[in-house]
Ligand binder design. Sequence first.
Ligand code: NDP
Length: 340
Amino acid sequence: MFGLIGHLTNLEHAHAKAHELGYLEESEQGLDLWCAAPPQVVDHITVTSATGQKIEGKYVESFFLPEMLSQRRIKTAIRKILNAMACAQKEHLDITALGGFSSIIFENFNLSANKQVRNVELDFSRFTTGNTHTAYIICRQVEQYAATLGIKLSEATVAVCGATGDIGSAVCRWLDRKTDVQDLLLIARNQERLNNLQTELGRGKILGLEEALPLADIVVWVASMPQGVDISAIPLKNPCLLIDGGYPKNLDTKLAQEGVSVLKGGIVEHSLDIDWKIMEIVEMDVPGRQFFACFAEAMLLEFEQWHTNFSWGRNQITVEKMEQIGAASVKHGFQPLLTV
Ligand code: NDP
C-alpha cells in the first residue's frame, strides 16, 4: 500500500476548507490550532493503472502550513513532518511520498538525524520525495508545451528559477543532455551552489531574476518559496512560457502580460478517474485525475513494487532515473498537464 503526506496551501486556504467542511469554530482560529493538530489519515485511495492493475493507498494530512516557516515556528514545522512520517509508518504504508514542503523541511533541517519519533523508529527506505518524477514531468511540459506555442528549443533561452534545488538541478541536467536547448539561465541566491551547478553542466549563465526573465522564452519556476512573488513589473517575451512548479504556487497568477502562458508545473493527469476525495481540497481543475507528480511517484513505485526511497537526498537525480520513472509513468497512464 502507498501513502501520500500532504498539507494545505496557507492559513487562509485552511480556514476556507474548515468552513466548507462545517468546522465553523476552527475556521476562525489562528495558526495555533493548526500547530497543535496531530496528523491524520483523511482519505483512502484506489488507483487503476492503464494496464488494469489496481493499487490502494492512504492520504496523511500533516496539518503543516507554510506560515509556520515564515512565523519562526520551525520546531513545530519539523514536528509536523516527523509525526506525519511516523503516522504513515504505523499505518504500514510501504512507500510514501513527502509532498509539498515536507521533503524540503526534511532536507533543510537534516531530519535524517531524527530517526526516533516516540516509539516509532523511522525507516527512511519507506519514503520518497517524489522529485525525480516531478522533474521528469516538468521537462516533458517544457518540451511539449513549447512546441504548442511554436517555441523551438534549439533557438530558445530557458531560465530556471531555483536552478540549484533538487528539482531545478535535475531539470537543468535533462535540458542539457536530452534536448538541444540553446541557452540556460541559472537563478538562485547562493552563489557557490550556482557556480558548482555551472561547473557540473559545463554551461549556463548565472543571472539575477530581473536580468534573466526578459531574456527567456521559457521560465521554469521551481524555487521553494512559502509565498508567491509578483513579477508583473518585469517585462517578459512574447510568446513566453512560464511553468510554475512550486507548491504553494510561486507565481502571482494575476500576471496578465500579452503572450505569456502560465502552466501549472509538476502536475500530472491520469488517464482514468482516481477514487479519492482529497484533490478537491487542493483545487485542481479536474480533481479526479489531476494532481502532483510527486504523489504519482509513490503510486508508480507501488505499481512497480519498487519499495525503495527512489528520490532521496539532495541534487542526486540523474537523467537515467528520470527516464526510468518516466517509462513507468507512461506505462501506467500518467501524462504531463498541458492545459493552461
Ligand atoms: P529545494 O529546496 O531543493 O530547492 C529550492 C531552490 O529554490 C534552490 O535553488 C534555492 O536556492 C532556490 N530559492 C529559494 N528561495 C529563492 C528565492 N527567494 N529566489 C531565488 N531562488 C530561491 O526545493 P525542491 O527542488 O525540492 O522543490 C522546489 C519547488 O517544487 C518547491 O516549491 C516544492 O514545493 C515544489 N514541489 C512540487 C512538487 C510537485 O509534485 N508538483 C513535488 C515536490 C516539490 P537558494 O536558496 O540558493 O536561493
